[in-house]
Design a protein around this ligand. Structure first.
Ligand code: ADP
Ligand code: GLC
Length: 487
């Protein structure tokens, strides 16, 4: 199949969270299976070209409307597994370093990227079978395929839309429809309209041939008011075309036996290197060199989704009473950043905090910690819990979304357990889960290393999930063939 991915993020070029990892590793897996995969992302100011890049010989004409055409440059570079990445260079919108940021022109920016990706395919004579759009920024892909580009070769492509996070929907000014010359009937409640503006994600939910999200549990959750962020009725309406496929991870990039960011390598059969990683982590974050104290690691965007407010409530008490350490890396909301820095100050040697983005430290935290905390209020999939299990670090997670689908509770099956789960989004439930972790670490009658080995034995590679995407694509192509109008 010819597959066009449209995404705002792609690791390692542009990444704010797990979306960048997912698009990169799924594309790599699909390309390795023999599909022709093109990935289209904006060329942000921070992305520098190197000698692997080639500039497309002609400028690409983006036909905004019949009387208005903008020209942009397109660069291509080989990507992992045999895929190709295409960078849309258009400094008016993408000259700055920021992927998102506080701006008011996101509808125009990402609408332009989406249209440019499709018009580039037309100009290049490359007709995708599948246009796979990721999250709100690419929400207009299926809308454009069903309307202004319907009667072009790309208009035959089936569209698949993946919801990575329903909280972010792209509520933008309705003038984006004029800007892209999209028909005005789209500004109706069963299309894009939302509070008088345009909701890009809602448009994708109505217009895509098939919809996926990144875990089976999240696929159920988003059909309920508790997790639907107002779009649960639309998802219920499309339940028959919605599926949940748990993300795989890049097992080459995240591998304790070969990771270039950690000081010692280890495997399930020989865990000795993990001890060195723990010591290095303690040094890196100014923690006491107390090997006997369990380290609870956290790597996260510091936003309400991640449930870290629950943790901030109980940490002063826990850190003053228990022999334990915290290793936190993250950035986000000011009050959370300041709160964790305050804790680091109050508990020197026990609470190590680094505010910022640091890929190498993220790897070291996965390797050097004993437990990994993810008390998320919702978590579509979550990659960090899978990275931590691969590194023999036991996740303590709230049983929601992909966390519930990927972590096996040790309490129900100690012989097979890979982590600790708790249900309620409350500080006391989290406190109880951390206590269970401390009990396990200090008082478990069995072999604690066996729990690490259980976690390390899990297979989180893309094998099964990439095949599931292949099946969704085939289904979408079949459905699209029978559609004269609409999806
Ligand atoms: P989300 O996409 O909601 O942030 P995921 O668990 O799916 O959550 O993915 C988060 C990804 O972003 C992981 O690869 C994680 O290591 C990375 N990450 C998050 N914050 C940081 C940070 N401050 N520094 C380095 N990597 C980070
Ligand atoms: C989103 C979700 C996260 C998921 C990631 C990749 O950022 O918050 O749970 O793992 O996308 O799909």
């Amino acid at each position: 199949m010819k597959i066009l991915m449209i995404s705002p993020e792609l690791a390692p070029y542009a990444k704010a969270g797990g979306l960048g990892d997912m698009v990169a590793s799924l594309s790599k897996a699909l390309a390795q299976m023999g599909h022709e995969v093109r990935i289209c992302i904006p060329r942000y100011g921070s992305v520098n070209h190197d000698k692997t890049w080639t500039r497309y010989p002609n400028s690409v004409a983006v036909h905004l409307d019949p009387r208005r055409t903008e020209f942009c440059s397109v660069w291509s570079a080989p990507f992992a597994g045999g895929a190709t990445v295409y960078f849309i260079e258009y400094d008016v919108f993408f000259g700055s370093d920021q992927i998102y940021g506080e701006r008011t022109d996101h509808g125009h920016r990402f609408g332009f990227q989406t249209l440019a990706a499709l018009d580039f395919c037309l100009q290049d004579g490359w007709t995708p079978d599948i246009v796979h759009a990721h999250d709100w920024t690419a929400g207009l892909a299926s809308v454009i395929l069903n309307t202004t580009r319907r009667h072009t070769p790309v208009g035959k492509a089936a569209s698949v839309f993946t919801v990575h996070n329903l909280q972010h929907q792209g509520l933008v000014n309705a003038d984006v429809l004029n800007y892209l010359a999209l028909p005005s009937w789209l500004l109706t409640p069963n299309n894009l309209e939302c509070f008088g503006g345009v909701n890009l994600l809602k448009g994708a939910l109505y217009h895509s041939t098939k919809i996926t999200t990144v875990s089976p549990t999240y696929a159920h959750e988003i059909q309920t008011p508790q997790y639907g962020f107002g779009l649960d009725p639309v998802l219920l309406h499309r339940w028959n075309d919605l599926s949940g496929i748990v993300n795989g991870i890049d097992t080459d990039e995240w591998n304790p036996a070969s990771d270039k960011y950690i000081p010692a390598h280890y495997t399930a059969d020989d865990l000795s290197g993990k001890a060195q990683c723990k010591t290095a982590l303690q040094q890196a974050l100014g923690l006491e060199q107390d090997y006997g104290a369990p380290i609870f690691g956290i790597v996260a965007r510091l936003y309400d989704q991640k449930g870290l407010d629950l943790l901030s409530d109980i940490l002063p008490d826990l850190l003053s009473r228990a022999r334990m350490q915290i290793a936190l890396l993250g950035s986000g909301e000011r009050w959370l950043e300041e709160h964790f820095l305050w804790l680091a100050n109050k508990f020197p040697g026990k609470c190590g905090v680094r505010i910022g983005y640091d890929n190498a430290l993220a790897h070291l935290i996965e390797a050097g910690s004993d437990f990994f905390l993810m008390p998320s209020s919702f978590e579509p999939c979550g990659l960090n819990q899978m990275y931590s299990m691969r590194y023999g670090t036991l996740p303590i997670v709230r049983a929601t979304g992909g966390l519930a689908d990927t972590v096996r509770p040790w309490i129900t099956n100690p012989a097979k357990g890979t982590g600790i789960l708790f249900a309620d989004a409350t500080s006391s439930a989290l406190m109880d889960a951390i206590h269970r972790g401390l009990q396990l670490y200090f008082n478990y009658s069995g072999d604690f290393s066996q729990l690490r080995r259980n976690a390390m034995a899990c297979d989180f590679s893309w094998g099964t999930s990439a095949k599931a995407y292949e099946a969704v694509y085939q289904d979408a192509i079949y459905t699209r063939k029978g559609a004269f109008f609409g999806r």
